[in-house]
Design a protein around this ligand. Structure first.
Ligand code: SAM
Ligand code: SF4
Length: 465
C-alpha cells in the first residue's frame, strides 16, 4: 500500500487557511449557519470554523439548542450502551501518552487467554451488556493477529442465562486489506480506529517507535477497511494532543474523503480526551488540554456538521460531562467499563490499565440515571445483523426511516434488560420511562412497539424489527 502524501486525505495547508481566514462573525451570520444545520444536511469546513469562534453566552445557548434539536430529530431519546473489553496490554509501539507503550516498565503486562476472555464476557453478559468493543495493544501473543480473530469467536460463543453478546466492534491496530477481510469474516460490527492527531508534526512527536510511527499507514487504515468490505468504520481524535480546532477540520476532511471514495462516511466518531495514565507525563499534562467549555462546544459542532454519524462518549469522562453531552449530540456511551485486561473479573487495577476512568458507576446505575434524564437506554444490535450498514444504513437514516426501527427496538431491548438484569429501582424507573416513550409514539409505531413488548413479556429474547 502506497502511503505517499497524495493518498493521505488530510491537507494541512487547507485547514490552516480556513482557520486563518475564519473570524468572529456577526450574530446574524452565526444564526444563518445554525438554521442551515437544523435542515440536517451537515456543514462545510468554513461553517464549522465560524462556529468554533462562538463564545457569547446567548449564541452558545443557540448553538447548543440547535445541536439538541438535530440530535432529537435523528436519534430521538435513544442512547446505545456498550462495554469495552481489553484483551491484552502488550504493545510494540511507543505512544508517549499511553500506559501500554512498549518501554513503560511501570505497567504490568498481560494478554488474556481464551478462557479468561470467556470469563470476562460471561460477567459482561450477566450484567446485561449486548455490545462489546474489543480493544488491544499492537502486539499479540505467539499466534499473532489470529489471537484477535480467535478472541472475537470466543466472545460470540459465550451464552449465559438469556444473554449473549450480539455485536462485537473492534479497536485494534491498522491491518492490511487481507487481514481486514479476515476481521470482517468474524462478524464484527464497526472497525474503530482513532488517528489520535491529524497534525503530522505532533503525530511524529507523540509516536516515537513501532509501526504506529507511520502516519500514512494509520490515516489510510479506513480506506483499507472499506476496500475489504467493512462498511461501518469509526474514527476519532485523542483530544489534548493538538489544537482541537485543527483536529475537527481535519476530521471533516477525512470524512469527506471517505464519502467521495466509498459513497459513505464513518458510522461513528469518538471524542476521547487525554486522561492520566501510568508512566506518562504527557497524559498527566496534555499539551493542548481541551477545557470542558470547549469540549461541550466541539461535541455540539460535530453533531451539526455530520448529523448522521453517531457520536461515542466513553467512561473517560465524568458522569456530569457525560450527562451534559448526551443532550448535545452523543448517541452511544460505554458503561461499567474497565481498561485493564481481566478488569471485569478482577476489578480495576491502575497498574495494568490504559488510563484512568472518569465514571466508575455500574451499568445498572448508568441505565437508571440515563432513564431518569428522559433517555431510552438501547441495547439494540439489529442493524448490522439485518445488513443495514454503510450506505444502506445512510439510505434509511437520511429520509428518517431508520427511526421506524430504532425507536421500537430500543424499547424492546430496554425491556429485555430491565426484566433480566436490572435492580428493582432501575426496573421501576425504566418501566415508567418506557410508558412515557410509548405515549410519545405515533399510533402505528406504538402498535409495533407493543407487539415487541408483548413478545419480551412472553419470554422471547432478541425481539426486533
Ligand atoms: N492499540 C491500538 C491503537 O492504538 O490504535 C488500539 C487500542 S488503543 C488501546 C485505544 C485508544 O486509546 C487509542 O487509540 C487512544 O486514542 C486511546 N488512549 C491511549 N492513551 C490514552 C490516554 N492516556 N487517555 C485517553 N485515551 C487514551
Ligand atoms: Fe499501544 Fe495503542 Fe497504547 Fe499506542 S495507544 S501504546 S498502539 S495500545
Amino acid at each position: 500500500m502506497n502511503t505517499d502524501s497524495e493518498t493521505i486525505p488530510i491537507q494541512e495547508e487547507q485547514i490552516e487557511a480556513v482557520l486563518d481566514r475564519s473570524s468572529r462573525l456577526a450574530a446574524a451570520h452565526i444564526r444563518e449557519i445554525l438554521a442551515k444545520a437544523r435542515e440536517l444536511h451537515g456543514l462545510t469546513m468554513v461553517d464549522v470554523a465560524a462556529l468554533m469562534h462562538v463564545s457569547d453566552p446567548e449564541l452558545m445557548g443557540e448553538l447548543f439548542d440547535a445541536a439538541r434539536a438535530v440530535k432529537e430529530e435523528i436519534y430521538g431519546k435513544r442512547l446505545v450502551l456498550f462495554a469495552p473489553l481489553y484483551i491484552s496490554n502488550l504493545c510494540a509501539n511507543e505512544c508517549v501518552y499511553c500506559a501500554f507503550r512498549a518501554r513503560n516498565t511501570a505497567l504490568k503486562r498481560r494478554a488474556l487467554t481464551q478462557e479468561e476472555i470467556a470469563r470476562e464476557v460471561t460477567l459482561l453478559v450477566e450484567s446485561g451488556h449486548k455490545r462489546i468493543l474489543l480493544v488491544a495493544g499492537e502486539s499479540y501473543p505467539q499466534e499473532g493477529f489470529s489471537y484477535v480473530l480467535k478472541s472475537i469467536e470466543t466472545i460470540y460463543s459465550v451464552k449465559s442465562g438469556n444473554g449473549e453478546i450480539r455485536r462485537v466492534n473492534a479497536n485494534v491496530a491498522p491491518l492490511t486489506v487481507d487481514e481486514f477481510k479476515q476481521l470482517k469474516a468474524t462478524g464484527i460490527g464497526t472497525y474503530q480506529l482513532f488517528q489520535e492527531t491529524y497534525h503530522k508534526q505532533t503525530y511524529a512527536k507523540c509516536h516515537l517507535g513501532g509501526k504506529k510511527a507511520d502516519y500514512g499507514w494509520r490515516v489510510s487504515a479506513m480506506d483499507r477497511a472499506m476496500e475489504a468490505g467493512i462498511d461501518d468504520v469509526g474514527i476519532g481524535v485523542l483530544f489534548g494532543l493538538f489544537d482541537w480546532r485543527f483536529e475537527l477540520l481535519a476530521m471533516m476532511q477525512h470524512i469527506h474523503h471517505l464519502e467521495q471514495k466509498f459513497g459513505v462516511g464513518p458510522h461513528t466518531i469518538s471524542v476521547p480526551r487525554l486522561e492520566p495514565a501510568i508512566g506518562s507525563d504527557m497524559a498527566e499534562h496534555p499539551p493542548h488540554a481541551v477545557a470542558d467549555v470547549d469540549f461541550r462546544k466541539l461535541v455540539a459542532i460535530l453533531r451539526l456538521a455530520v448529523p448522521y454519524t453517531g457520536i461515542i462518549m466513553s467512561t473517560r469522562e465524568t458522569a456530569n460531562i457525560r450527562r451534559e453531552t448526551f443532550a448535545l449530540g452523543v448517541s452511544q456511551i460505554s458503561a461499567g467499563s474497565r481498561t485493564n485486561p481481566g478488569g471485569y473479573v478482577e476489578d480495576e487495577k491502575f497498574d495494568s490499565s490504559q488510563f484512568q476512568l472518569g465514571d466508575h458507576r455500574t451499568l445498572d446505575e448508568v441505565v437508571r440515571d440515563v432513564a431518569s434524564l428522559g433517555y431510552i437506554p438501547s441495547f439494540c444490535t439489529a442493524c448490522y445483523r439485518m445488513g443495514r450498514t454503510g450506505a444502506d444504513f445512510m439510505d434509511l437514516a437520511k429520509p428518517g426511516k431508520i427511526t421506524d426501527h430504532c425507536d421500537v427496538n430500543a424499547v424492546s431491548t430496554f425491556l429485555e434488560y430491565l426484566t433480566d438484569y436490572a435492580s428493582p429501582e432501575t426496573r421501576a424507573a425504566g418501566e415508567q420511562r418506557i410508558q412515557e416513550a410509548l405515549a410519545g409514539f405515533t399510533p402505528a409505531r406504538r402498535a409495533i412497539a407493543q407487539k415487541l413488548i408483548d413478545d419480551v413479556k412472553a419470554g422471547k429474547r432478541d425481539a426486533f424489527v
